[in-house]
Write a protein that binds this ligand. Structure first.
Ligand code: ZN
Length: 239
């Protein structure tokens, strides 16, 4: 089983009726509901306003892949929890999937080491998401491209380090392009940034978007390689 925790700051859904109408169980609820229908995936959710943001040690230590959605409250995420999440990724190999406006989350910026800034526009325009790495496991089951009729635009340059693998590039009706599916290896951990989202649009009900998130969970799950030891060691042979 792959143990997934879907984390959401869960603020918009509680204060904006328009958002609550699209995501009555929260964005985390919509994503969790889809993942629960997949074989060999076990899902729990966690939100910002729970104690320790729902990411107690026992939760993190029993999470193989963490999915992260945040937008308006990145600054309220405690540095201590971010450090713990970072260690769990880099040292233990927990996977991380960062969605949409999570590009400005503390954990993503820490892992990238850049501003993670980008262009944006809220005009509800069409997005065409091209699969540019068709053999990649995150693209499994998709066509050459898929479309979202109404999206928020994110445009290049996206201030991130060169991704280790690039799976999707988006085209927007307004003319911009964007690296929408970026894979990074950080220590033992795999990190996937996936652009589509936005709280006032039903993006996380779209079947292609959900399929990508499910594929990304399987890709980001930790491998069962040896646990490294560091520091002063005895020789293996007689010296
Ligand atoms: Zn947005």
């Amino acid at each position: 089983m792959i143990r997934v925790t879907v984390w959401n700051e869960f603020r918009h859904e509680r204060i904006d009726p328009k958002v609550a109408n699209i995501y009555p169980d929260g964005i985390h609820g919509a994503i969790a509901q889809y993942l629960r229908g997949l074989p060999e995936i076990e899902v729990r959710t966690a939100t910002l306003d729970e104690p320790e943001h729902g990411l107690r040690d026992d939760v993190l230590n029993n999470t193989d892949v963490l999915i992260w959605w945040g937008h308006m409250a990145h600054r309220e995420v405690s540095d201590e929890i971010v450090e713990k999440v970072h260690r769990r990724i880099v040292l233990d190999g927990m996977g991380l999937i960062v969605l949409h406006s999570g590009h400005f989350s503390k954990i993503f910026k820490l892992l990238m080491g850049t501003t993670c800034n980008l262009k944006w526009r809220e005009a509800g325009e069409k997005e065409r998401i091209w699969v540019i790495n068709p053999g990649h496991p995150i693209a499994e089951g998709l066509g050459e491209y898929f479309e979202l009729e109404h999206t928020e635009m994110y445009g290049e340059p996206f201030d991130i380090p060169q991704p280790d693998e690039l799976v999707f590039v988006s085209w927007f009706k307004g003319g911009e392009v964007f690296r929408s599916g970026c894979c990074f290896i950080r220590g033992r951990g795999r990190v996937f940034y996936f652009r589509p989202g936005h709280e006032t649009l039903p993006i996380y009900h779209d079947s292609n978007v959900l399929k990508v998130i499910g594929n990304a969970v399987r890709w980001a799950a930790p491998s069962k390689g040896p646990k490294p030891t560091f520091g002063n060691v005895r020789p293996l042979e007689n010296l």
